[in-house]
Design a protein around this ligand. Structure first.
Ligand code: MG
Ligand code: ZN
Length: 615
C-alpha cells in the first residue's frame, strides 16, 4: 500500500471560503428591465442583485435606458414594485422566500437627483416592511447608483436608502454606513477582453481596489466587464462580490454548478516511480494486468494529476496510445460494448455483454487463456455484474440482466472475483444461492472486505457493498488492496494470469458532473495502478495496461493550480462522449500499445502478448 501523505494547505480555509461561497446571490442582473421578463427571470434564477434605471416623468418613475425609450407601459411600479409586493405576499411576509433573504435592488437615477429620488422615497415609503431594513431585517436593500446626492446630503433621505460608492470620495464613518456597494467600470482599469488572464500589472491594481473596498466593509461589482465564463471565473478568483451580467440563465447555470466543478484536493499520494527494469532485460509476458478507468478521458487523468500536485503513477508508464471507442451501433459507446471490445475483440452494440452485434457469443480472454491453464481475476470497485466486469465472464445481449450475468459466472473459468452487489448471487428470483454453489466449487467466499487477508491461494470471491461505496462516502483501499491481494494469490500460478481491475466510479462522477467525485475516484484508481506496477517490477514478466472504455462528462479544464491541487472545470454532458481515450502500457510487449487504433485491438494485443495467435 502506497504511503499517503496528508497535506493540509495552510491557506486552505481562506482559499476555499473564497471559492466555495459563490452562489447566484453573487449575481447582479445588469439593466434587468432589458430582459424579456424583467425582474422574474433574475428572481427565479436566484440572483442577489437586480438593477433598474429610472426617470422621473410627470410625477411617475419610468424605467428605460435612454430618455427616448420611455414608454408609458413601463413604470418602476409595474415592472418592479408590484411584482416585489406580490412576491412578499406570496411568501407570507418573508420578502424573499426561504433561500434568498438578502437581496439588493440597484436603482440608477437617470434624471435629476432631487425630484427622482424624492419620488422614489415616496413610493418605497408605502411598503416599509418590504423596503426598509430598519423595519424588517430581511427587507430589500435599495441602493442608488448613477446620479447621486453628495454624501453630505445622504441624511436628507431615509436611512433605508443606500448609495453606490465612489472611490474618489472621502466618506465620514456615518456616511460610509450608507455605502454597501462600490460599482466600478472595469474598462478603466484594464483592456482585458475576458480571455485568459488579466495582465499582471492590471491585476495588481484591481486587487488593490478590491481589497480597499473590502476593508471598508463594502461589496464590489465591476460593470463593463466581459460577460463570459472565463471572465466570471477570473473575477471570482479576484473575490469580486457581484458578477455583473446580461446573461441571466448562463451565469445562473455556471454558479449553480460552481461547487461541483471546482475542487481543491486536501489529500495527495506519492506516485510510484517504476524501475523500468523490463527495458534492460526483455522477458516474455507471463501475466497481464488490464486496469480500466470507466469513463476516464484525458481530462479526468489530467485533473487527477493536477489535484495530486503534478504526479500520477499512470504518467510514469512510457508507452502510450489512443483507443477509438465507437461501438457497432453508435458513435458513442456504453460500457457494455466498450468492455466487450476488450474482452472478446469484437465491435458490438451498446448494452451487449460478451456477444457480437448479431448476439453471437465469442470466447472472452479468460476463456481463451483457461485452455492454456492461465488463471484470471476480475475486480471492480462497483457492482460486479455491471457491464465492465461482466464482459469478462458473461455472454448476454442485455447488460441489465444481472441475474443471468451472475449465473454465467458459474460457467466461467475466472478464479478470482472481487466487487460489490452480492445480492444478485444470493437473493434471486430462481431461489438459488450461487455463493453456496460456488463454495462447493472450492471458492473461498468473503463477504466482509476486512477479512480479505484471510484468503489463501486458490479460487476466491470477495463481494462487499459497503467496501465498494464511493470515495466521497468513505471507501477505504478496496481497489488497490484487491489488486495487490489478487497479485499475491496468483503470483505462483505456473502458467501466469490475466487480471482486469476496474475503477468503476470515475464514470459515476462524470455522470453526476461532480469534479470531486471524478478526481477522488481517479486518484484511487492511480493507487491501484501503483500496485500493478510494483508487482510488474518484482518479476519483469508482467504487462500492465491502463485505459478506459470511453470518456464520461465531456470534461474540459478551465483552470488549475499544481501547487494547491486545485482544478476548475466544466462538464459538457452528463453522459458518455465519443472522444478517443488514452492507453498506457508498461512491461514486456508494452510497445505494442503505441499508436492510434480501435478498442478491439487491445484484445488482440493482449492475447498476442500471451503468445496466442488468432486469425
Ligand atoms: Mg463500468
Ligand atoms: Zn457510464
Amino acid at each position: 500500500m502506497t504511503k499517503k501523505i496528508f497535506i493540509i494547505i495552510g491557506l486552505l480555509t481562506t482559499y476555499l471560503s473564497g471559492y466555495s461561497q459563490y452562489t447566484t446571490l453573487n449575481a447582479h442582473s445588469h439593466n434587468d428591465y432589458q430582459n424579456d421578463i424583467p425582474f422574474w427571470s433574475a428572481y427565479y434564477a436566484g440572483f442577489g442583485s437586480i438593477e433598474a434605471d429610472i426617470w422621473a416623468v410627470n410625477g411617475e418613475l419610468m424605467v428605460a435606458h435612454q430618455e427616448n425609450e420611455i414608454n408609458a407601459e413601463r413604470t418602476l411600479d409595474q415592472l418592479y414594485i408590484q411584482p416585489i409586493v406580490k412576491l412578499f405576499k406570496m411568501n407570507g411576509g418573508k420578502a424573499w422566500g426561504k433561500n434568498n433573504n438578502t437581496f439588493q435592488l440597484v436603482i440608477e437615477l437617470k434624471s435629476a437627483v432631487e425630484p427622482t429620488l424624492s419620488l422614489l422615497v415616496r413610493k418605497l415609503d408605502q411598503y416599509p416592511e418590504i423596503f426598509n431594513q430598519k423595519v424588517n431585517k430581511n427587507a430589500i436593500q435599495v441602493t442608488i447608483t448613477g446620479k447621486q446626492p453628495a454624501p453630505s446630503s445622504f441624511d436628507k433621505y431615509p436611512d433605508y436608502i443606500y448609495f453606490d460608492g465612489n472611490l474618489n470620495q472621502k466618506y465620514s464613518e456615518a456616511q460610509l454606513k450608507r455605502v454597501p456597494l462600490f460599482s466600478l467600470n472595469l474598462k478603466e482599469y484594464t483592456k482585458w477582453n475576458g480571455k485568459a488572464n488579466i495582465p499582471a500589472n492590471d491585476v495588481k491594481r484591481i486587487s488593490k481596489i478590491i481589497d480597499s473596498v473590502h476593508q471598508l466593509g463594502s461589496k464590489i461589482r465591476f460593470w463593463g466587464a466581459p460577460d463570459i465564463i472565463n471572465a466570471w471565473k477570473v473575477l471570482i478568483n479576484l473575490q469580486v462580490d457581484y458578477l455583473n451580467t446580461d446573461k441571466i440563465s448562463k451565469l445562473a447555470e455556471y454558479l449553480n454548478n460552481y461547487n461541483h466543478t471546482q475542487y481543491t484536493a486536501i489529500e495527495q499520494h506519492i506516485a510510484y516511480l517504476p524501475t523500468y527494469a523490463y527495458l534492460k532485460k526483455p522477458m516474455r509476458v507471463k501475466n497481464v494486468i488490464l486496469l480500466i478507468g470507466d469513463g476516464m478521458g484525458l481530462a479526468h487523468l489530467y485533473a487527477g494529476y493536477t489535484a495530486n500536485m503534478g504526479a500520477l503513477s499512470i504518467f510514469n508508464m512510457l508507452n502510450i496510445g489512443f483507443s477509438k471507442t465507437s461501438s457497432a451501433d453508435s458513435y458513442v459507446t456504453d460500457s457494455g460494448a466498450g468492455g466487450s471490445a476488450f474482452a472478446i475483440g469484437e465491435k458490438t452494440n451498446n448494452r451487449s455483454i460478451g456477444v457480437d452485434a448479431l448476439g453471437i457469443t465469442h470466447e472472452n480472454i479468460p476463456e481463451l487463456l483457461s485452455r492454456r491453464a492461465i488463471k484470471s481475476a476480475i475486480i471492480s470497485v462497483g457492482d460486479i455484474t455491471d457491464a465492465t466486469p461482466a464482459v469478462f465472464y458473461a455472454h448476454q445481449s442485455e447488460r441489465d440482466w444481472a441475474e443471468k450475468i451472475a449465473d454465467d459466472f458459474m460457467h466461467s473459468p475466472v478464479d478470482i472475483l472481487m466487487g460489490g452487489n452480492p445480492k444478485v448471487f444470493t437473493s434471486r428470483k430462481d431461489g438459488r444461492n450461487l455463493l453456496d454453489e460456488l463454495k462447493k466449487k472450492k471458492f473461498q467466499i468473503i463477504m466482509d472486505f476486512n477479512d480479505i487477508n484471510k484468503l489463501n491461494k486458490g479460487k476466491a470471491i470477495v463481494l462487499d457493498d459497503k467496501a465498494t461505496c464511493s470515495k466521497i462516502d468513505g471507501r477505504s483501499d478496496f481497489l488497490p488492496k484487491s489488486v495487490s491481494k489478487s497479485c499475491e494469490l496468483l503470483t505462483n500460478a505456473p502458467k501466469g494470469f490475466f487480471m482486469m481491475a476496474e475503477g468503476a466510479q470515475i464514470d459515476y462522477g462524470g455522470h453526476r458532473n461532480d469534479m470531486q467525485y471524478v478526481i477522488r475516484e481517479m486518484l484511487d484508481f492511480d493507487l491501484a495502478v501503483s500496485e500493478a506496477l510494483k508487482f510488474a517490477d518484482k518479476n519483469n514478466e508482467t504487462l500492465v495496461i491502463v485505459t478506459a472504455d470511453h470518456e464520461t462528462g465531456g470534461i474540459t479544464l478551465l483552470d488549475g493550480n499544481y501547487s494547491k491541487g486545485m482544478i476548475d472545470g466544466q462538464f459538457s454532458t452528463n453522459d458518455h462522449t465519443g472522444i478517443m481515450v488514452p492507453v498506457f502500457a508498461y512491461g514486456p510487449h508494452s510497445e505494442d500499445f503505441r499508436g492510434v487504433y480501435e478498442n478491439t485491438e487491445i484484445f488482440k494485443k493482449i492475447i498476442t502478448a500471451f503468445g496466442i495467435i488468432r486469425k
